[in-house]
Design a protein around this ligand. Structure first.
Ligand code: C2E
Ligand code: MG
Ligand code: MG
Length: 694
């Protein structure tokens, strides 16, 4: 054959042909090889064959090299070779002509498979893919390594309004809003650089511009480097709209920092803010923290039911927020506890804010379907300011101040003082001791007679609670009733009083010493849902005639929630017990309400009686109160009669009965029994009717 002709053949051959020496270094290449590798024939000489192969295919190439040893012709393999800046898929076949001049080397022929591979996918499949790509909700883009869009799916029009054709040929950057372009750029660089090492797609969030300039669409782009894949040869980007995802994510975030009931910042967030404020205060700008707790919310919640209780909390939250300044922030710690951060120094600010909160509760709330606002609630507030090492420490002191505000009568704000810590501990200890007293049976009752002023007969005995300390010392109720109320222990202790008073009185009846007994009922006790039941149980267990039981309540107790009170009082009347208003004249004393409630007895507070020794406003008041009682057909009892003079004045006013040191101090049960027996003898001796059953 003509050598020239062979040269010509090598020149025109569409397949790339290279010759390597025994070490795999290239010594010759034809023009097709030049085109395939993008390297001039001169530069091909001296290249190592491995340099032209994709690193992942080195193993394959070496194996094939081995297989060709000793044989004249190897079997064809497919591998990737460098082509300019990209890669081409080729079919390689080698021939071993080592030791056979004139070539004496390895001859490799490489055929470009890229185009063929592309078309090997059947037309049918292509159609299916195309349809998938174009109907996908996500935008799919093919980019070259510089980030220019080579093709884009139809979703670009649906999502953003852009024309596919106009986007193709542009940099992807053009689609991204200005501030997000740097993010995109660095992602593209990462993707291209880590071509082989990055295991999965690189994901970034950017906002894409709409054609009409409306709000950009937040998208998640996932970018895969398929530059090495000869069938793709580019970066594949899928962009999906994450507006929905974002709002869900935001909602979740809000959930973690917001209180679900009121929408206010929750405990986590508010503690965070306190700590921020504390850091701020070290640099000069102090603020104050208010710890707010609704008064007796638990009772309200129990009687309203939790749904309406929640509704009340929401309304309270709104009023609080409206009462505060823009710069103050409020959060809910949980239950009926709120925390307010008052920014800026000025101790006065905190007190003013606290007063605004208290005032905001003044108007009654409506919590059920009927529009009439009928429920009132107050709050107590503890105020703290100054440097603390943690938000928890700060709240602890705020809690102490809050506790003091409650103890001082609620519906008020108190600023924390270090001295309060001692008082707080003392009260905590008192509560613990009271709990123990209940289990150890250290409570007992004393009885003070109520005397009919006309006849001197005993009309009833008032049961008065006492606490005998382990030391033997006896403590009166004023020292511990507030703590019993505050802790809720009053419910159990009150039940003890009821049962014990009924039992004792029944025993006296059996002994032939008939008397009624009156029992003091505290507000907290009366508001408990089980109160009527407890009274019923005490009567049943003791076998006491219900008309022999008088329940004493103050006006304040009755007025607390008139609707509920009405129902409870009616139920008590149904049991047959009698009701007395204790300390009458010190509360509302409205005529309307005396008529509204099924009251039998009014007990005129001893403050008025003490004043009757001299003529003055008290004397006139007692006169008016007795008149009022008579006009309404109620029995009037004067409390705290200490002198014969007071007694004769009250008798002259027409007051029915009296109680006080003049007749008797409160007596232990045995002494009370003796008193009853002696009084019966006196009355019999004086020839009066001793019937006390009314
Ligand atoms: P109260 O119901 O008004 O009881 C009358 C109080 O006046 C008793 O005080 C009694 O010892 C006192 N007293 C009676 N006569 C005179 C007098 O002539 N002069 C003076 N200066 N005081 C007199 P006590 O026993 O210390 O009870 C104080 C309050 O504690 C009672 O006022 C009542 O509100 C409450 N209390 C007593 N026992 C109970 C109880 O079992 N449950 C509840 N919830 N409260 C109770
Ligand atoms: Mg009383
Ligand atoms: Mg009283």
């Amino acid at each position: 054959m003509e050598p020239e002709w062979l040269d010509r053949l090598a020149l025109e051959l569409p397949d790339a042909v290279v010759v390597a020496d025994g070490q795999g270094n290239l010594i010759w290449g034809n023009p097709a090889a030049e085109r395939m590798f993008g390297v001039s024939t001169a530069d091909i000489v001296g290249l190592s064959a491995l340099e032209l192969l994709h690193p992942e295919d080195h193993g394959l190439a070496l194996a094939s090299l081995e297989s060709v040893q000793g044989k004249e012709l190897g079997s064809p393999i497919e591998l990737r070779v460098k082509s300019g800046t990209g890669w081409k898929l080729v079919e390689l076949i080698g021939a071993n002509v080592i030791g056979k001049p004139p070539i004496d080397g390895l001859v490799w022929s490489l055929r470009d498979l890229t185009d063929r591979r592309r078309w090997e996918v059947s037309t049918n499949d292509i159609e299916r893919f195309r349809s998938l790509v174009h109907n996908s909700a996500s935008i799919l883009l093919l980019l070259d390594r510089s980030g220019t869009v080579e093709s884009v799916s139809a979703a670009i029009t649906r999502m953003l309004g852009h024309d596919q054709e106009l986007v193709e040929g542009q940099l992807l950057d053009e689609l991204v809003i200005e501030p997000d372009r740097a993010t995109l750029r660095s992602a593209l660089v990462t993707v291209v650089d880590n071509d082989m090492t990055a295991p999965g797609p690189t994901v970034v969030e950017v906002a894409l511009r709409r054609r009409d300039g409306a709000t950009p669409v937040p998208c998640e782009l996932s970018i895969v480097n398929l530059l090495d894949d000869p069938t793709v040869n580019g970066l594949v980007v899928s962009a999906h709209n994450i507006t929905q995802l974002r709002s869900t994510r935001d909602a979740l975030e809000r959930l973690a920092t917001r209180d679900a009931l009121t929408g206010l910042p929750n405990r986590t967030l508010i503690l965070d803010r306190i700590e921020q404020m504390q850091r701020g205060s070290r640099t000069g700008e102090a603020g104050a923290v208010l710890f707010v707790d609704l008064d007796r919310f638990k009772d309200v919640n129990d009687s309203l039911g939790h749904r309406l209780g929640d509704d009340l909390l929401r309304q309270v939250a709104t009023r609080f927020r409206d009462a505060l300044r823009e710069s103050d922030s409020i959060g809910r710690l949980g239950g009926d506890e709120f925390v307010v951060l008052v920014e800026g120094a000025g101790a006065h600010n905190a007190e003013t804010a606290a007063q605004r909160l208290l005032d905001s509760l003044a108007a009654p709330f409506s919590v059920n379907s009927d529009a009439r606002p009928q429920l009132t609630i107050s709050a107590s507030i503890g105020i703290v300011s100054g440097a603390y090492s943690s938000a928890e420490d700060l709240l602890m002191d705020a809690d102490v101040a809050l506790y003091e505000a409650k103890a001082a009568g609620r519906n008020r704000a108190l600023r924390f003082e270090p001295a309060m810590r001692g008082a707080f501990r003392a009260r905590i200890e008192l509560e613990r001791d009271l709990r123990l007293a209940l289990t150890r049976g250290e409570f007992f009752l004393m009885y003070q007679p109520v005397i009919a002023l006309e006849t001197g007969a005993v009309r009833s005995m008032e049961a008065l609670l006492r606490w005998r300390l382990p030391s033997g010392q006896v403590v009166g109720p004023d020292a511990f009733i507030p703590a019993l109320e505050e802790s809720g222990l009053i419910v159990e202790v009150g039940a003890f009083v009821l049962h014990e008073a009924c039992r004792m009185t029944r025993t006296w009846h059996v002994l032939g010493l008939p008397t009624a007994v009156s029992v003091n009922v505290s507000p907290r006790q009366f508001e408990t849902g089980t109160f009527v039941e407890e009274v019923h149980r005490a009567l049943e267990r003791s076998g006491l005639d219900p008309t022999s039981l008088i329940l004493e309540m103050t006006e304040t107790t009755l007025m607390r929630d008139s609707r509920e009170s009405d129902l409870r009082l009616a139920a008590l009347k149904d049991l047959g017990v009698r009701l007395a208003i204790d300390d009458f004249g010190t509360g509302y004393s409205s005529l309307a309400y005396l008529q509204q409630f099924p009251v039998d007895i009014i007990k005129i507070d001893r403050a008025f009686i003490a004043g009757t020794a001299i003529d003055g406003p008290s004397a006139a008041l007692v006169h008016a109160l007795v008149e009022l009682g008579n006009a309404l057909g109620l029995e009037t009892v004067a409390e705290g009669i200490e002198t014969a003079h007071q007694l004769s004045r009250l008798r002259a006013e027409g007051c029915h009965a009296g109680q006080g040191f003049y007749f008797s101090y409160p007596l232990e049960a045995a002494d009370a029994e003796f008193f009853l027996a002696a009084a019966r003898e006196d009355v019999i001796a004086a020839g009066h009717d001793a019937s006390l059953s009314s």
